[in-house]
Each structure stands twice: as C-alpha cells, then as structure tokens.
Design a protein around this ligand. Structure first.
Ligand code: PLP
Length: 362
C-alpha cells in the first residue's frame, strides 16, 4: 500500500484515491489502444468518448439545462476574469459586483479594463469575514451582468443562498465550491471554475454558459478568447488538456458513484459542521468568520491567544501526517480545505490532532 497523508491543501487539492488508482491502471495502455491517452490524438475515438462522457456526467450532476453550454478551457479561473467582461459586458453599461475577497478583487482589476464597474457591496470593512446582504432592488436593471465569488477560498466565507438580481444575468466564480452542493444552473448566466479544487487537476477550467449571452461578444475579439469559438467546436477548437479532461471525467464518475451532488452535499455538511463545532467548543481556537457566512469548503481558524503557536501547529501537524493547514500567505492563520475528495476520516484525524495540540499548549 502506498502511503497517503491527510491532505488539506487549498489547491491543487486532494483527489479521490479511487480516481488516482483508476488513472494509474490505464496510464500505459488506454482502452487497449496500445498507447497512453496522453500520446493520442484529441480527435481519436478514445478521446472523443472521454470528453463526451465528461460533459454528459457534468450535465447530469448539476442538472445543466440545454440552454447552457459546458466548456473545458485553459488559462485557469484567472483568464475568466478577462474573458467574462470581454465577451458579455455591453458597451456603455456597467457591471454590478459584490466584493467578498481577494478573488473578487482580482476580477475587479480585470473588469475595469473592459467596462464601467459598480461595486454594490463589499465586506472589506471587516477583513472579508462575512458575505454582505444585497437585496434585489440594489441591482441595476441595465447592468451587463452581476458578479459574485460563491466561495472565498482565502477568507473562508461562502454564499449560503444566491442573490436575486432582478433579471440581471448572474455570473459566479465557483472555483472552490462547484459540485459541493446543489445549485440551480438555470439561475446563472455563466459559472466558471478552475478544476484544481473540486474537479480534477490544474490546467482545465470548466465554464458553464448560457448560449444566448455569448452572442454579445464582438467578432473582432481574438478567436481563442471568444466563448462562441469553443461552443461551436465543442471544446476542440485547438488541442485541449486531454489528460486533465480525462481526470475530470473520472472525478465526475466517482461523484456519481457517491450518489451525486446531493449525497456529497450531505457529507460536506457533516464534515464542516463537526470541524466548526470543534473550533467553537474550545476557547483555544477561534473562527474569524461570521457564523452565518462560514465556508463548508475552506475552514479558516486561528489560535486565539497566541498566534505565534500557529507555526508550531502547522509543523507538528505536518509531522503527524496532516498536510496543507497553513493559511493563505496574504492572511496567515490556519486553514483546512475540505473539498469533496477530502475523506471524512481526514477531518476526524484533524479534530483529534487539534484536541491533542490544545492539551499540550494551553
Ligand atoms: C483558486 C481560485 C482562483 C484562481 O484559479 P486559477 O486556476 O489559479 O487561475 C480563482 N477564484 C477562486 C475562488 C479560487 O479559489
């Protein structure tokens, strides 16, 4: 048996062991073709089957309606900060955005290059420790679209329900919580997610987009930067990241075998509830996040009285086989990323470690 540790990395993040083993078993000779998937044409019948089944599994898992296309692109979630406004911002109109942290700010920086921008609300006043309340009247009915970051990977906050935008198309960066809970895709104009948190390896970006929105794009935009190019070519306009898409497909298969998104949501609720309960039950640890805004994917916490102990915590946890618990370099503290593929047993092991660490250091 290969040694596996408890992996709480924020991204690239843990993948299901069953998925890694399946890929391992197929890596040298894929579907009896006598070569690896990595060595064959993206137009081969084998890869055609891989990408088609990945797309249909994604469609089933999230109930994606026929109005929306599913794309496997490159450039990370970060390229979407540019592609989104280039394609769907209307000239002379503004974008409505809610600023909930570092990733929203990166979107703001790029949106401003393409459009007028209206920041409707921000939680920067309190270190991004909460999700602001925004009522439907706040949205400007002429806005090109409204934008949110559904889960804030760094601050550890998450939208618990999505705002009613009064008919303005809603665009969401779901990089760190897509497939973690049920959502109604029809409520969104566009959803994007870098794969490396909850979907697969880095190098693939999933985009789910309402096909009528992409018709806004100017045909003069670079061909590769137009969604319509990739819709028309079914993500095969150029050579896609074939191995990465294959891995995403295996993760989707694994997710369906777990019972789908509703089943994993229940597990995620349980995992996060027990971890927050352990934090709240102790006066040694503290969650800096407002209770009603807490993320079920990225659990951020601090050592209450002595933040200097956090470095020791990370060091000793690593030695004990618990990896990736250091908070983001921009905010410090501790963070456990407990995405879909993080087993409940890893959360249990973390809670045991936290209790032992508290006992030894209080
Ligand atoms: C990780 C992350 C990104 C950046 O993803 P890249 O694929 O590295 O560009 C953007 N938004 C959120 C919410 C993230 O968690």
């Amino acid at each position: 048996m290969t040694k596996r540790i408890h992996n709480f990395s924020a991204g690239p993040a843990a993948l299901p062991l069953a998925v890694l083993e399946k890929a391992q078993s197929e890596i040298v000779n894929f579907m009896d073709a006598g070569m690896s998937l990595m060595e064959m044409s993206h137009r081969s019948k084998e890869f055609t089957q891989v990408i088609e089944s990945a797309e249909s599994a994604c469609r089933r898992l999230l109930n994606v309606p026929d109005t929306h296309a599913i794309l496997f692109l490159q450039g990370g979630a970060s390229l979407q900060f540019s592609m989104v406004p280039m394609n769907i911002a209307k000239s002379g109109q503004s974008i409505d955005l809610i600023n909930t942290g570092s990733w929203s700010k990166k979107a703001i920086k790029e949106f401003k290059k393409e459009s007028e921008l209206n920041v409707l609300a921000s939680s920067e006043d309190k270190n991004f420790s909460y999700i602001p309340n925004v009522d439907s009247e706040s949205f400007n009915k002429d806005a090109s679209f409204a934008y949110i970051t559904s889960n804030n990977t760094i601050a550890g906050t998450q939208w618990q329900s999505f705002p009613n935008t009064n008919g303005v198309p809603l665009v969401a960066d779901m990089s760190s919580d897509i497939f973690s809970k049920r959502i109604n895709v029809a409520d969104f104009g566009l959803i994007f997610a870098g794969a490396q948190k909850n979907i697969g390896p880095s190098g693939v970006t999933l985009v789910i987009v309402d096909k009528k929105l992409v018709e806004r794009a100017d045909e003069a935009l670079p061909t590769m930067l137009q969604y319509r190019t990739h819709i028309k070519a079914e993500s095969l306009y150029n050579t896609p990241p074939t191995f990465g898409i294959y891995m995403c497909g295996l993760v989707f298969e694994w997710l369906e075998a777990q019972g789908g998104v509703a089943a994993i949501e229940e597990i995620n609720n349980r995992k996060s509830a027990k971890l927050y309960a352990a934090i709240d039950a102790s006066d040694f640890y503290i969650s800096p996040v407002e209770t009603s805004s807490r993320s079920k994917m990225n659990v951020v916490f601090r050592v209450r009285h002595d933040e200097a102990l956090e470095a020791t915590f990370v060091k000793e946890a690593t030695a004990a086989g618990l990896s990736g618990l250091k908070g983001h370099r921009s905010v410090g503290g501790l963070r456990a990323s407990i995405y879909n593929a993080c087993p409940e047993a890893s959360v249990d092991a973390l809670i045991d470690f936290m209790k032992a660490f508290e006992k030894a250091n209080r």
